[in-house]
Design a protein around this ligand. Structure first.
Ligand SMILES: [Zn+2]
Length: 321
């Protein structure tokens, strides 16, 4: 990254620790308030790691090579047919993709002339560099410590990332303090959204007992008979039958509503329709394939008043600050 790019960033961004402005410093940015420095990494992207924290989350390596490759274009249909029309329901200019992965959505929004930004963990930077992503638009940051000014964004979206916040290695095993981490993340998403702006959150619904996007365990999961059986079922069918209560990494509508509205003071909470959300290729990898038409019919016809309940397989919601 060139020095003039860095100085242009200074006015746009804020310190993730104290929210003061940033100015250029040797090989990076320096907070004008607390003096924290943030350097440009080997791949050319700014790393918003706190000077003072161990920040273990920051070193999570969640993305194997093959996955990054497929992620470059996956989600394209979802973006074109669902997310972009949803964003377009209201006027917007500034957008943040929190947990942007390979940043397909951010790149599309930039092509359309929007002021779009993406953040993800530092392990993504090598893939961003390879894909030619713009270091003034993509940052290595933790969703619980965002490097943006208060109220900067018209829309913030967090799709398929919230369920991994507060986990030990970025997958499923929850840290003991995951609730505090998730609260910090929600407060940050709310902080950077302008009053009246929107936050869109999506992940499989914890209260619905079936998840086809995540296996039952990660390398950190303590072994148990139950987990063994669930893993065997998942390996055979592609379907993860999971707990709907207690400590589990997925989020439910009541939990998300509590965090954003009751605790965070957001004004609106609208569970969104699932029609057109799924490309049905994902179902073709599972034993649900014979029921494809039935599943599609169910998802497309779920009555609006049941969207926020346990009969909805997905937690997909628009929150109004
Ligand atoms: Zn600071």
């Amino acid at each position: 990254m060139k020095p003039e790019d860095l100085s242009s960033l200074g006015g746009l961004l804020a310190c993730p620790s104290c929210h003061a402005g940033l100015g250029p410093a040797d090989a990076g940015l320096k907070c004008t308030g607390c003096g924290s420095t943030f350097h440009v990494d080997a791949h050319g992207f700014v790393e918003f790691r706190a000077d003072d924290s161990g920040d273990e989350v920051y070193d999570q390596d969640t993305t194997p090579e093959e996955y990054a490759e497929t992620q470059l274009h996956s989600g394209q249909r979802l973006f074109d047919e669902y997310i972009f029309p949803l964003l377009g329901e209201e006027r917007f200019t500034t957008v943040l993709d929190a947990g942007c992965g390979m940043g397909m959505g951010v790149s599309k929004l930039l092509d359309e002339g929007y002021e779009a930004f993406g953040i993800d963990l530092p392990n993504m930077a090598r893939f961003w560099a390879r894909a030619g992503k713009n270091p003034v638009r993509f940052f290595c940051a933790d969703a619980a410590r965002l490097p943006f000014r208060e109220g900067f964004f018209d829309v913030v979206y967090c799709m398929g990332a919230f369920e991994h916040i507060g986990t030990r290695t970025g997958f499923f095993t929850l840290l003991d303090n995951y609730k505090e981490i998730r609260r910090a993340c929600v407060n940050e998403l709310l902080r950077v959204t302008r009053p009246g702006g929107r936050i869109i959150v999506a992940c499989p619904n914890k209260r619905f007992p079936v998840d086809i996007q995540h296996p039952p365990a990660d390398a950190e999961s303590p072994p148990s008979i139950g987990l063994k059986i669930r893993t065997a079922v998942y390996d055979k069918t592609g379907v993860n039958f999971h707990p709907v209560w207690g400590k589990y990494h997925l989020a439910s509508y009541p939990e998300v509503k509590q965090l954003f509205c009751e605790d965070g003071g957001a004004r609106g909470f609208r569970p969104l329709p699932l029609s057109d959300y799924f490309g049905f290729s994902i179902f073709e990898r599972t034993s649900l394939r014979p029921f494809l038409h039935l599943v599609r019919f169910y998802l497309n016809n779920l009555p609006p008043f049941l969207r926020g309940s346990f009969v909805n397989p997905y937690m997909l919601v628009e929150i109004r600050k």
